[in-house]
Write a protein that binds this ligand. Structure first.
Ligand code: PMP
Length: 424
């Protein structure tokens, strides 16, 4: 019988609906998943894997969390969608504004891509300027302006600047080095008065896991204020992951606008952008900057998202996730040291990065690119054989969920130990 991937390739480009899923970053064919339960996902042959991908971040409660399933079951008896205002949207907006003090108003969209694309249009409309500034290795979704020197799948596939993005658009996107304060000062001295916004992943999760330093974020805030530039934190990944308030829970720096996604949808397609009220009032129908969506704020995504936001606000939720992530990384590090494999890890809350490198301070794209990618590929496949599902790319962060048990973590560490032995 024709394999699933061959069937898929016949009808879907590359057999996948999002490129990194194709295993281009690690070689071989992707696994097809059919069921999830707690910390595990199961392929179509019934083989189970401890899941550190978690649908690329959203599944912070694990698969089939009872709270989310119940919320969806209830909502489905009421309505799947209206395209009209609902009370659920007020609850969602209010909850986001309460969790993120920098967000005074918020608009829901359907993906992280829509959130960043809309936030940039808003910043351009608000400032009357065209240029935007981003950082090498950060990924902000696949809208044209942001696919210039991008991270994530664009990086995994070796096309950080995509064909199809016109020169006219690319010329308004300036790309600077992450965590390099001198470089950014030079950039502002030259382009400050033409810049609409700076967009940054304040913890980059799309060139593996690389946090911005506090000094760097503070320098950005000061420069943006001096030049009246909108500072956008893209917390689509780090939001509700690095801490309840994302990076904003662990830095003093507050952005003007924040982009969210992933966790707030409880696993359903969702995104949001919000921030200063005076800026958000520029969006239609209040203001002239157009932005819309047929399915935006749809009741299923809002119900799942609200159930998620309730669950993650329980006392001790983040401490537990952080402890487990630390436990996993320290176990993996010890196993690597024992096997004489050069390895470094990064962690913020429930997000982690594993680098095959002896460099202890992995703080920018250039250093990430020097890590041993061939080693990662071999490690990935050994771990997959062992029933451990890591992101199929050396440039993606890993995630911990509330459903992961210490037994899962011990199993993962033991598998890593055996995998390291095979790498030599
Ligand atoms: N911003 C960041 C920081 C992301 O990690 C992602 C997706 N991984 C996006 C934006 C785009 O989100 P989506 O895939 O939902 O469009």
């Amino acid at each position: 019988m024709t394999s699933l991937i061959d069937q898929a390739r016949q009808y879907i480009p590359g057999g996948v609906n999002s490129p990194v899923r194709a295993f281009n970053g690690v070689g071989g064919d992707p696994i097809f998943l059919s069921k999830g339960e707690g910390s595990k996902v199961f392929d179509t042959d019934g083989k189970g894997y401890i899941d550190y991908v978690q649908s690329w971040g959203p599944m912070i409660l694990g698969q089939q969390a009872p709270e989310i399933v119940e919320a969806l079951q209830h909502q489905i008896t009421q309505s799947i969608g209206f395209g009209a205002p609902t009370e659920l949207e007020i609850q969602m907006a209010k909850t986001i504004c309460e969790i993120f003090p920098s967000i005074e108003q918020v608009r829901m969209v359907n993906s992280g891509t829509e959130a960043t694309m809309s936030a940039i249009r808003l910043a351009r409309g608000f400032t009357g300027r065209d240029k935007i500034l981003k950082f090498e290795g950060c990924y902000h979704g696949h809208s044209d302006s942001l696919l210039v020197k991008a991270g994530s799948g664009a990086l995994t596939l070796g096309v950080p600047t995509s064909p199809g993005v016109s020169e006219a658009i690319a010329k308004d996107t300036l790309t600077f080095e992450y965590n390099n304060i001198e470089h950014i000062k030079e950039g502002f001295a030259k382009y400050g008065s033409e810049l609409a916004c700076v967009i940054i992943e304040p913890i980059a999760g799309n060139m593996n896991l690389v946090p911005a330093t506090e000094d760097f974020l503070q320098a950005l805030r000061i420069l943006c204020d001096e030049h009246k530039v909108v500072l956008i934190f893209d917390e689509v990944m780090s939001g509700f992951r690095a801490s309840l308030q994302g990076v904003q829970g662990i830095t003093e720096v507050k952005p003007d606008l924040t982009c969210l996604g992933k966790v707030i949808g409880g696993g359903l397609p969702v995104g949001a952008f919000g921030g200063r009220k005076d800026i958000m009032q520029f969006i239609a129908p209040c203001g002239p900057v157009y932005q819309a969506g047929t399915l935006s704020g749809n009741p299923l995504a809002m119900s799942a998202g609200l159930a998620m936001l309730k669950a993650i606000q329980k006392p001790g939720f983040y401490e537990n996730l952080t402890d487990k992530t630390q436990y996993l990384l320290s176990g993996i590090q010890k196993a690597a040291d024992k096997a004489n494999i050069e390895l470094t890890t990064n962690q913020r809350g429930s997000m982690f990065g594993i680098f095959f490198s002896s460099e202890s301070n992995l703080d920018c794209f250039a250093k990430v690119m020097q890590c041993n990618q061939e080693r990662f590929k071999a490690f990935f496949h050994h771990m997959l054989d062992e029933g451990i599902y890591l992101a199929p790319s050396a440039f993606e962060a890993g995630f911990m969920s509330a459903a992961h048990s210490y037994a899962d973590l011990d199993e993962t560490i033991a598998a890593a130990s055996r995998s390291f032995a095979k790498l030599k």
